[in-house]
Write a protein that binds this ligand. Sequence first.
Ligand code: SAH
Ligand code: SF4
Length: 424
Amino acid sequence: MNFADSEVIAAILGKAGYGMAEEAGEADFILINTCAIRDNAEQRVRHRVRELRALQSRRQGLRVGVLGCMAERLQSRLMAEEDNVSFVCGPDAYRRLPEMLAQVRRGQKAAEVELSTTETYADIEPVRLAGNGISAYISIMRGCQNYCAYCVVPYTRGRERSRDPETIVRETRTLFGQGYREVTLLGQNVNSYRWEEVGFPELMDRVASIDPLLRVRFATSHPKDLSDRLLEVMASHPNICRCIHLPVQSGSNRMLKLMNRRYTVEWYLDRVAAIRRYMPDCSITTDVIAGFSTETLEDHEATLELFRKVRYDYAFMFKYSLREGTYAWKHLADDIPEEEKTRRLNEIIALQGEIALENNRKEVGREYEVLVEGESHRSKEQLFGRNSQNKVLVFDRGDAQTGTYRRVKVESCTAATLIGSLVQ
Ligand code: SAH
Ligand code: SF4
């Protein structure tokens, strides 16, 4: 999401006459787009900001700005604590950046952190920074008002609002015309996308109908809102990728209630069953938090049990991090010791590693259509791409070209990668 935001920021500043520096040492401004979801994300930003002091002392006039969720959360406090930061700009204020930079050039400090109920940057054509020319992110909504007890997002990104579908379809068409073959539609809870009569299933239908050669992905789905209607639309478009990211957070109903997730384990498993009914070949991935307030060994065991039942293809696994201002910060104790959080997290990671490897072993012998994305990191002789399930396949390059679809047969695997060869 921040990546997509940085592309919008580059477009806004590009229009104002700014260009991208080749390297930090040549820049007049360094903008750091930040995440505030966990404390370690913020600590990394602070570390980076402090590192820049050396460069600033060598290069007179180099100014540093902090953008995004951490700027929103800490506001001017951040400039007081990190005195080499000249400006802070929250996620809904990026249109003000040109004015802010002008102000900073005059030697002043600047802070813009007002949140909006309507800003979606719908009219701004992002400058694509990824550079592979094949795969792009498209933001379809902003903000979140689910107020999960542990989560800072509703406070840093404001109210939920959807973007005009016409602008989404137009942006996708433009990308396809430029040779892009994959888009990922982004929102904190894409299932609650709504613009007049257009809900998320209708939006997906429109975007997927642009061209069968365009792959469509999306993130993130909130389990409470994952409808059969969406699954139906997915099943009817082979170019909507067979991969659903469905963050579970915990396998214990007591924890889910305390987290204000508004679904039960039974509901979640029913949604998993529905996904598999509509699309038996669909991969499912998740997010999970270890060591939330009052989590017992029994609750933790329930999470492991859920992982064994669902058999995720991939999981983002986190230790609970207390965030100022959240419901949990106000009302719930952060009472699981750090070492115990780590121990539980490691247990989940180890289990998921085994499951991913077992899942991948079953792929050996199967053939997939792969969108070729580029050279493998390991060897120039090999290319990599993904299948519809979002699994990475590595194979000898042969006559394959990036940006095209090729059939690849899986021959072996690790927990993270499938290794195969081109089918001629
Ligand atoms: N909107 C998405 C998630 C966005 S945040 C959703 O609800 O599914 C990405 C992930 O970060 C969350 O799914 C959660 O697992 C994790 N996360 C959020 N707040 C956290 C916290 N305070 N501590 C640890 N992990 C957290
Ligand atoms: Fe955070 Fe919950 Fe919103 Fe996801 S749905 S961004 S976890 S508040």
